[in-house]
Write a protein that binds this ligand. Structure first.
Ligand SMILES: C[S@@+](CC[C@H](N)C(=O)[O-])C[C@H]1O[C@@H](n2cnc3c(N)ncnc32)[C@H](O)[C@@H]1O
Length: 219
């Protein structure tokens, strides 16, 4: 999935992934991250998700990474906040109180640029990527965050019935990406309300990935 693919989806308004409200699974399971006050929470491939509002509302610092700059302009408009915009290395940074968005390619961001990350929230990021990119994504995510704990929301369906994205990510896949770095615990598994792109049998699964790195563990 190249940058042009996502740019075209955004420009042709094929953005069904954007929920326009806080994700219901985040509302139900977000507390499992057990975040201390002022935690630094990373949202990779963040788009203009309103899930950012959830973490800001709880007083955390949100760090997002997104390729498509107009989505970030729209995000700040929705927040009614004027960002401070600067260029740092390969990224354009949009900053406001408790919010930093790196506009650029997630796969090139470094640990030094991000600084310390306490937890990760991944909704529609891992599942946005084809199999060949998912392992690279999970390895990079672990490398830049010292394998921080995560709340991960995935879709599962019969992959032969639809081309992704979103791609189907099974329990075995989640374990293969994160089983060596995290304790992988399924929290919920339920049918996607209203189906997924015409598939009735699609399931949404919520995973708590508790870091095996004691400094990054949530309990
Ligand atoms: C399926 S959307 C999910 C957005 C958001 N997480 C949400 O829940 O609405 C995937 C997003 O990842 C962005 N993206 C894809 N590849 C990326 C990359 N390599 N670096 C940064 N962002 C990327 C796309 O532009 C798109 O906004």
């Amino acid at each position: 999935m190249k940058a042009e693919f996502w740019q075209e989806l955004w420009e042709s308004e094929q953005t069904g992934f954007h929920e326009g409200q806080v994700n219901r699974m985040l509302l139900k399971y977000g507390e499992l991250l057990n975040l201390k006050e002022n935690s630094r929470v990373l949202l990779p491939l963040c788009g203009k998700t309103h899930d950012i509002f959830y973490f800001l509302g709880k007083g955390h610092h949100v760090i997002g990474v997104e390729l498509y700059e107009p989505a970030i302009t729209a995000l700040f408009e929705a927040l009614k906040v004027k960002p401070n915009i600067s260029r740092e290395g390969a990224f354009t940074l949009y900053r406001a109180t408790n919010l930093t968005i790196y506009v650029g390619d997630f796969f090139t961001i470094t640990k030094a640029e991000l600084e310390n990350i306490d937890a990760i929230y991944d909704r529609a990021a891992l599942v946005a990527l084809p199999e060949a990119m998912r392992r690279k994504y999970s390895e990079h995510l672990n490398a830049i965050t010292n394998a921080a704990s995560q709340l991960l929301i995935c879709f599962e369906y019969e992959q032969s019935q639809m081309e992704g994205p979103p791609f189907s990510v099974s329990a075995d896949m989640v374990t293969s990406y994160y089983g060596n770095s995290h304790k992988v615990e399924l929290q919920a598994r339920q049918l996607v309300m209203g189906g997924l792109k015409g598939l009735d049998e699609a399931v949404e699964s919520v995973w708590l990935l508790n870091s095996l790195n004691s400094e990054k563990s949530v309990c």
